[in-house]
Ligand binder design. Structure first.
Ligand code: ADP
Ligand code: MG
Length: 311
């Protein structure tokens, strides 16, 4: 069985959201212990991860150091976090495997995701990133061509395109490594967004791909049987945060799509996870699960979390 596991930001930072290096290493150790527990003989695992807090930190450095060293574009930030988190995850995973006597190796791949240059997101950026700034400081960055929005009391925030991932360009390398027995970390942060110019050349673009939608596409491309979206809640919940809240167990794509249309899942958090799970199953995946790290093992068996099935 081939499993694609998408780890949320919470699996890569402290529970309170802090992202000091030691917090990230500790969080990776917890997550990779859960992965190592899955690695029975017939289970192959590909891991992908979010990078929001890490990219946020790089953007702050960009801003503060702009007078001294040239700021790097958002796609470079994505590439840098794939490499750093890949490194941290490989160390944690190989330790966890050794402790369990699992004889496998880990590999991390810098992974590009192709997007359309004419994706609507580029004309209407909508994804908020980085920290809030006072109006005067945001104005300077707007002059540099960035899009910032007034978010009221908290200040101004940068918004960027969140384009649809069309193709995971490095999926063939993931496939080869998985078949050779590696546990592969790939497509972190949804993939580094690139566009193909008319002359065929690839070029990175300033955008952020949704990590869960990138995970669904990678999962289909490498023919994963199960997509597991690991986050900080055990289930997707109807009427979330109200006294009538109801955790969803096994649910068909059709029902789940209908719940989504009724507005049960917040657009910046649970919404894309539900969409990703539905897409994966609609496109032929066996099942998709949304759950937390404690339930991954049962989730793969379809016995915990919100399990999304075709029928
Ligand atoms: P990650 O960092 O793991 O990608 P997010 O923070 O983006 O996770 O999404 C998980 C969060 O979604 C939960 O912590 C929860 O607060 C929120 N959420 C919003 N709507 C729902 C819902 N209907 N059911 C469950 N969680 C929800
Ligand atoms: Mg989160």
């Amino acid at each position: 069985m081939r499993v694609l596991l998408a780890l949320g930001g919470n699996a890569m930072t402290n529970a309170d959201g802090r992202a000091r290096p030691e917090d990230q290493i500790a969080a990776a150790q917890v997550a990779m212990a859960a992965v190592a527990d899955l690695l029975h003989e017939d289970v192959e695992v590909v891991i992908t991860h979010g990078n929001g807090p890490q990219v946020g930190n790089l953007l702050v450095k960009n801003e503060l150091a702009a007078a001294v060293v040239p700021p790097v574009p958002l796609d470079w930030c994505g590439a840098q976090t794939q490499a750093t988190l890949g490194f941290v995850l490989m160390n944690a995973l190989e330790t966890a495997m050794a402790e369990r006597g699992v004889d496998r190796r880990a590999a991390a791949l810098v992974t590009r995701a192709l997007v359309d240059a004419d994706d609507a997101g580029f004309t209407r950026p909508s994804k908020p990133i980085g920290r809030f700034l006072p109006a005067e400081e945001a104005a300077v960055l707007v002059e540099h061509g960035e899009t910032w929005e007034d978010r009221g009391e908290k200040g101004w925030r940068r918004v960027v395109a969140s384009p649809e991932p069309r193709e995971i360009l490095d999926a063939p390398a993931v496939q080869v490594l998985v078949e050779a027995g590696f546990v592969v970390v790939a497509n972190g942060g949804g993939g580094i967004p690139v566009v193909r110019d008319a002359d065929g050349r690839l070029r990175g673009v300033e955008a952020v791909i949704d990590k869960d939608l990138g995970a669904a596409l990678l999962a289909r491309t490498v023919a994963a049987d199960v997509l597991v979206i690991g986050t900080d809640v055990p289930n997707a919940v109807l009427r979330y945060g109200t006294p009538a809240a109801e955790a969803l167990g096994t649910v068909t794509v059709e029902r789940l799509r209908a719940y989504a249309a009724e507005g049960h899942f917040a657009s910046g958090s649970m919404g894309p996870k539900v969409d990703a799970a539905c897409r994966f199953v609609e496109q032929g995946g066996t099942h998709a699960v949304i759950t937390d790290l404690d339930h991954i093992s049962d989730a793969i068996a379809g016995e915990a979390g919100t399990v999304v099935v075709a029928q």
